[in-house]
Design a protein around this ligand. Structure first.
Ligand code: PLP
Length: 485
């Protein structure tokens, strides 16, 4: 008899029916709030899980016994599915502009600007009585002119799009000359030769990987040549027996031959970065002064703004870009333009860039401040010390996103290495860090988990998260819940 009660079949029969679940008053409330189809599908999943539980363990899950427990479980599942995928994380990877973590963080002015244009109608392409607006980039054009001297500009979705549009609008069906030392690949299948094909241009390679001379360019010019393109080798560095032909020399040649000189700058810095400990990055304003006709660069690399591609330069050429059909496909929305405008405005006062732009704030942070932070954090990590050796180690931060590959900034990292008796591996600790209320993303190297403190935005918050994780660890939670297996 007891056997019969305990039998699996009996347990299945004890499972509530869907119809009865939908009649629980709180469930009725939830279906009204959240939509019946979704709640029903969650309940179906719960019943399914319960059946699996019975099959596997010959028992009901504990939440299946009482209507109250069922409602609690349902609410838990609702909350879990309402978590958005783009929750913030703490980037302590040692790479400031991490492409996979969304590159640039925005300045407060940009954040405010975006919120405002999200909430209200704005005169994106509307004549407010001050003369007809040409297009949605006009407002930024004036600011770009002020900052770089460029006659005009064209803003698109990213720099890859900027290069594509620049080539398609100025050189489709024609030849474009590029040095063999500048046939760059940027991550994610962006290769200069491929972009040329997509833009309908014929790539003419000149020179050698390490040396390209003016005479190489001269010899390659034909009646079919539309442009010479320079590409900033932003993510690698060739040293030794090298020779590049400078923009100013090429500009004179292009002018004489009546062809365009265009340049993909990649990162593009609007201010001299040497005071932040970085090397000299070519600046668009310098390129224009040297006689380059069009310069393109990213909005979310060293500029510190939203993802965007900026093409700046001669008004006549920019007009071609603006009227090209691809522009309509590649144009930016009002949020990007608002964030970009607010970011660019910061450059009116370069002296305060490291106060307002997160990227420069981080890059310029003195080592003694990081030492203070490290000490503070060490004092909240005692809960880790049973299983992990916690220490402060010298480390180096890189800029990232292919910018300034030869620059490494001195930094400090909080390091965790497992003690011999630790049941948790480093990989599991790394996973634990990723389950935090605000996940911490570090870097695994040399049998240690490194948290590079130069990436920290909010010290109190980091302290809190480490405390919380330490508690979880001390309570044995990671092993019990099996989350980490
Ligand atoms: C980064 C980079 C690109 C691509 O820019 P995105 O903004 O990532 O599209 C193109 N060219 C160069 C030289 C770059 O460094």
């Amino acid at each position: 008899m007891t056997q019969a009660i305990n039998s699996t079949q009996a347990l299945y029969r004890c499972l509530p029916a869907m119809d009865s679940l939908l009649l629980i008053p709180q469930v009725i409330g939830l279906t009204e709030q959240q939509g019946k189809a979704w709640i029903k599908s969650l309940l179906a999943q719960m019943l399914n899980d319960a059946r699996h539980n019975i099959a596997k363990h010959q028992s009901m899950p504990s939440w299946c016994q009482q209507p109250n427990d069922i409602v609690t479980e349902l609410k838990k599942r609702i909350a879990l599915q309402q978590r958005q995928s783009m929750n913030p994380v703490i980037n302590l990877t040692g790479t400031i502009l991490h492409t996979n973590l969304g590159r640039s963080q925005m300045c407060e002015a940009a954040i405010d600007a975006v919120i405002s244009v999200m909430r209200h109608p704005v005169p994106l392409e509307f004549d407010m009585g001050q003369g007809k607006r040409g297009h949605r980039d006009t407002a930024i054009s004036a600011l770009i002119h002020e900052l770089t001297g460029a006659e005009s500009c064209c803003i698109v979705n990213n720099n890859a799009a900027a290069v594509l549009l620049m080539l398609a609008a100025t050189a489709a069906g024609k030849e474009v000359i590029v040095s063999r030392g500048e046939l760059v690949e940027i991550g994610g299948a962006f290769r200069i030769p491929d972009i040329m094909v997509q833009a309908g241009c014929k790539l003419v390679e000149v020179g050698c990987t390490n040396r390209t001379h003016l005479k190489d360019y001269v010899a390659a010019i034909t009646e079919n040549t539309a442009a010479i393109m320079k590409v900033h080798t932003s993510n690698y560095h060739i040293s030794g027996f090298t020779k590049v032909t400078e923009e100013a020399e090429l500009a004179a040649l292009c002018k004489e031959k009546g062809i365009a000189l265009i340049s993909d700058l990649g990162s593009g810095a609007l201010t001299d970065l040497s005071r932040f400990g970085l090397s000299k990055e070519p600046m668009p304003q310098q390129m224009l002064a040297d006689g380059v006709n069009l310069v393109s660069f990213s909005g979310d690399k060293l500029l510190g703004g939203p993802q965007a591609g900026l093409v700046v330069g001669d008004a006549a050429l920019i007009a071609k870009l603006q009227s090209h059909p691809l522009k309509r496909a590649l144009r930016c929305d009002k949020m990007t333009l608002a964030a970009l405008e607010a970011t660019l405005m910061q450059y009116r006062n370069p002296a305060t860039l490291d106060v307002h732009l997160p990227i420069f704030k981080k890059l310029s942070r003195p080592l003694v401040e990081l030492a203070g932070l490290a000490q503070l954090l060490m004092s909240v990590c005692h809960d880790f010390s049973a299983l992990f050796e916690v220490s402060v180690q010298a480390s180096q931060t890189q800029v990232g996103s292919g910018s300034q590959p030869d620059v490494l900034l001195d930094s400090l990292s909080l390091c965790f290495s497992p003690k011999p008796e630790s049941p948790l591996s480093l990989l599991q600790l790394d996973n634990l860090f990723k389950t935090a209320s605000m996940p911490i993303i570090g870097r695994l190297a040399n049998n240690r988990l490194w948290l590079d403190l130069r990436g920290c935005d909010n010290e109190a918050q980091l302290e809190q998260v480490l405390l919380q994780l330490g508690h979880k660890l001390a309570n044995g939670e990671p092993l019990e819940t099996g989350v980490l297996r």
